[in-house]
Design a binder for this molecule. Structure first.
Ligand code: ADP
Ligand code: MG
Length: 412
């Protein structure tokens, strides 16, 4: 995020003597509408933290909103995938929130640097996101602004859900009505609540919808709902109109698509729950990232067990005299193996020179080269037509302006 104004004037030292006595502020890590996040060092220990410095002078509502954010942060504290609030300093003009530092920054920046994530990495990240969301919901809190910018990565590339600025603690079956969040991640029921008088309101399920949008975006590097005209985008959200038709999806297996289909369900009552999502087939595969040796070891163990079963069976067959049942089992194993081998010939992408000439973007290898070049030149993905557009990820409208934009679009 913005680092260009590293030498910005720091808040008046007198306003927060305590903070400055304890911490040494360093460069800017990120910015919000009325906040700046800086790396800082605890003087006594030399340990690094991130300080979110909120300017109260512009806006009367900031104080109340920040107090609300602090109270929620305390409710959801103590989970490995939720950001930990270490310290709070409040002065009349500034509030300082000191958080654990996430050295690897936003998932958004990581995604930008790699364009899209493999299924394995998506599984690794989304499992943690769902576990974090499960914890947040178990405390009766709804986040309401889940997106890759608010998911940070720590030293071990583990997820830390942050920015509880819009989060709300719900009291018994309470429904929410306000329009807040970031356009591309808004759930249909959030929009409908604000459009139709008789719509009852929304609840926890909006976070599950946002997880669906995040997961889609991670896998292909562009959002499911995007249109040059924002009103059409909002309509597509309300109709749940998205597709897996772009070429990137051809290389992605069925399990993640199935999970996304169950997450991006328009009716919140029919939408998959967080626990169900965690039990989904997509998370049952041997998961995790390349550097995760434990999981790799486990996967090896599992496959060797499978081999040993097959060899046991063969051995038994050899030892025993003719046994029609075993022979039948063996025949099935043989047929299955043949089918697998035959499929292998078809799985790799056909490298046809014709396809490469007419539509190079369809060929995975060339697609990577094309995207890589576009990235180096433009800093973001420049892509086709009116539908999907990766550049949309860089156009996230600041959340407080959403209401204004929404109203303007509605009146068109
Ligand atoms: P806002 O409510 O203004 O969006 P956030 O809490 O999301 O504020 O922080 C803004 C940005 O600052 C984040 O998107 C991220 O880039 C950076 N940031 C926030 N907290 C941390 C942290 N603990 N470690 C590293 N970077 C952080
Ligand atoms: Mg944020």
């Amino acid at each position: 995020m913005a680092k260009e104004e590293e030498y910005d004037k720091l808040p008046d030292k007198d306003a927060a003597k305590e903070f400055y006595a304890k911490y040494e502020p360093k460069e800017i890590l990120g910015r919000g509408i009325s906040s700046t996040v800086r790396r800082c060092i605890e003087k006594e220990t030399g340990k690094e933290f991130a300080a979110k410095i909120i300017d109260l002078s512009n806006d009367d509502s900031s104080l109340e909103a920040t107090r609300q954010e602090i109270s929620i942060l305390r409710i959801v504290a103590g989970h490995p995938y939720i950001i930990e609030l270490q310290d709070v300093f409040e002065s009349s003009t500034f509030i300082f929130l000191v958080f654990e530092l996430c050295k690897h920054g936003e998932l958004f920046d990581y995604l930008t640097s790699v364009v899209a994530l493999s299924e394995k990495k998506t599984r690794y990240i989304m499992k943690q996101v769902f576990e974090g969301v499960h914890h947040i919901h178990s405390k009766g809190v709804v986040h309401r602004d889940l997106k890759p910018e608010n998911i940070l990565l720590d030293d071990n590339l583990n997820v830390k859900i942050t920015d509880f600025g819009f989060a709300k603690k719900l009291e018994n079956e309470e429904l929410l009505h306000d329009l807040c969040g970031t356009p591309g991640y808004l759930a249909p029921e959030t929009l409908k609540t604000n459009m139709f008088e008789d719509f009852p309101g929304y609840s926890f399920e909006v976070d599950i919808w946002a997880c669906g949008v995040i997961m889609y975006t991670l896998l292909v590097g562009c959002p499911p709902f995007w249109h040059r005209k924002q009103m059409i985008m909002l309509r597509n959200i309300m109709d749940g109109k998205y597709s897996f038709t772009s070429p990137e999806w051809a290389d992605i297996s069925e399990a993640p698509k199935d999970l996304i289909r169950k997450l991006l369900v328009v009716d919140p009552k029919q939408r998959i729950s967080v626990s169900e999502a965690l039990r989904h087939e997509f998370f049952q595969a041997v998961h995790l990232w390349d550097q995760d040796i434990m999981s790799l070891k486990e996967s090896l163990k599992k496959s060797s067990r499978r081999y040993s079963r097959i060899s046991e069976l063969t051995l038994k067959l050899q030892q025993s005299k003719f046994n029609p049942r075993r022979k039948f089992q063996m025949a099935i194993l043989f047929v299955r193996a043949m089918i697998r081998i035959q499929r292998l010939r078809f799985t790799p992408e056909p490298l046809s020179l014709d396809t490469a000439r007419i539509d190079p973007y369809r060929v995975k290898l060339l697609r990577k080269v094309v995207d890589g070049c576009a990235f180096r030149v433009y800093g973001h993905w420049v892509k086709k037509g009116e539908g999907q557009n990766r550049a949309a990820l860089f156009e996230n409208t600041p959340k407080t302006e959403l209401k204004h934009i929404y109203v303007t679009n509605l009146s068109r």
